[in-house]
Every structure is written in C-alpha cells, then in structure tokens.
Write a protein that binds this ligand. Structure first.
Ligand code: C5P
Length: 239
C-alpha cells in the first residue's frame, strides 16, 4: 500500500520564545518544516507528505515548499492544509486530506527536523511487517520520578520512581495502519482525551503498539538550547 506522512507544523512554539510559529523558524537559514519535509521525502517509501500549516500560514507554507523545490518533485507529492487549535486536531485535519489509496500513515512533528531517513524507513518497515502502530523511541538517560505537581516552584512530593530500564522516550515519525489511526482519532474526544502522541490514542483502543529504535538526532526542538544543538548537528553533517 502507498505510504503518506502527515507533518503537523501548526504549533506556535511558545516554549521556544517569542517569534514566528516554531515550524517556520530557521535552522541554518532553512525553516524547520522544510528540513522535516525533506527528511520524510528522502524515504523511498513515502509518496505523499501532507503539511499541516499554521491556520493563517497555508499560503506562506506553500510558497516555502516551492522556494525549496519541494513542490512535488519526481517521487514525492506535497499537500498543504490549514491546522487546528491542538496538535491532535491538526493531525486529524491532515488525515482528512489523505487520498483513498493510502494504506500506511506516518505522523511526524515538524519540531523534529533532523530525523535520519533510516529511522523513517525502520518505522515504515515495521508497519509493513504487520504492526498496526509503531513508535521510534530511545532508552532514558535521566531517572524519572512521578510527582504530585505543585505550581510556582514549590517542592513537589515524590510518588514513585518507575524502573528506568523499562522506560522509553518516544519520538516521531510514528507509523500506523491507516484504518487503525483513523479509528483512534474518530473514537476519541476532539481533544484526544489528553493523549500527547498518536500511538497513545491507539493504545486506548486496546490495540498493540510496538517500539523500534529511535535516533538521537530525531530529538524535538522545543527550547532555545535545542536550536543550538540542531545547528551543531547540521554543521557536523556538512563537515
Ligand atoms: O507542542 P509540541 O512540541 O508537542 O508540538 C508538536 C508538533 O505538533 C509540532 O510540530 C507543532 O507544530 C505541531 N502542532 C500542530 N498544531 C497545533 C499544535 C502543535 O500542528 N495546534
């Protein structure tokens, strides 16, 4: 079946500080979402990329794709749709734009612009091999504690410490059998009932989700320090 990637890029990126929507901010002179779109298009498996643009930025995103020669090319088609209030809503709007013949869907955050093509391919492979939902993930380096959240820097009581060896930090692209992901989105509340990733919604349906190895360079650009790291990774790739 044909594989498409939905690229949610409609977030404001508040944690990155003031400025343009996060996906439009430049890394080494190129907007983050262009890096992310290229990373997806680099996979031979991906035939279509649906970019979910900031609601008022669809025209700008279209011209960016053109300017960077990502306007359809030979192997990969590009579509741009306006996004929604929440990430989940944006993903749903992207799914609604998929043509009938798409059987496998990747969902990839524009905020992970440097994901290596091997990671994209590994996720597609695992879905092709029969897993309805696949997430790339890495073991944690930090120990994680569950706390009772308090606001304003007050000390927070610790509730427990899950065994680190059983924890994984999940990345994107997450890969899905198309019908499974659609069912997950349609059966949950508009807000995704608090799901912070797409696979989480599939888990709530009681369906199996598997993890494949992620990659250090698929980290999420969230805070200002992440921009420094991302530009260093790009410089190292060029060297
Ligand atoms: O905010 P967070 O880092 O979880 O965002 C992950 C991805 O979801 C980003 O690529 C962001 O642009 C996208 N997003 C979206 N629509 C929203 C909020 C976030 O497409 N309303």
């Amino acid at each position: 079946p044909r594989t498409a990637a939905v690229l949610p890029a409609a977030g404001r990126g508040v944690r990155l500080g003031p400025g343009a929507p996060k996906a439009l901010r430049a890394l080494n002179g190129t907007p983050m979402l262009i890096h992310a779109a290229r990373a997806l298009a680099a996979s031979r498996a991906v035939g279509l990329v649906v970019v979910v643009a900031p609601p008022e930025g669809a025209a700008e995103v279209k011209s960016l794709l053109d300017a960077h020669a990502l306007d359809g090319g030979d192997r990969t088609d590009f579509l741009v749709v306006p996004g929604g209030e929440t990430r989940q809503e944006s993903v749903k709007l992207g799914l609604d734009a998929l043509p009938e013949d798409i059987g496998i869907v990747l969902v990839h955050d524009a905020a992970r612009p440097l994901v290596p093509v091997d990671t994209v391919d590994a996720v597609v492979e695992a879905v092709r091999a029969g897993a309805p939902a696949v997430v790339p993930a890495l073991p944690l380096t930090d120990t994680v504690k569950e706390v009772e959240p308090r606001i304003g820097g007050e000390p927070e009581p610790v509730l427990g410490t899950p065994a680190r060896s059983r924890l994984r930090a999940v990345q994107t692209p997450q890969g899905f059998d198309r019908d499974t992901l659609l069912r997950a989105h349609e059966s949950l509340a508009p807000e995704g009932e608090g799901a912070t990733d797409d696979a989480g919604m599939v888990e709530r349906l009681g369906l199996p989700v598997v993890v494949v190895p992620g990659h250090e360079e698929a980290f999420k650009v969230t805070r200002p320090l992440d921009l420094v790291l991302a530009e260093a990774v790009l410089a190292r790739r060029k060297a």
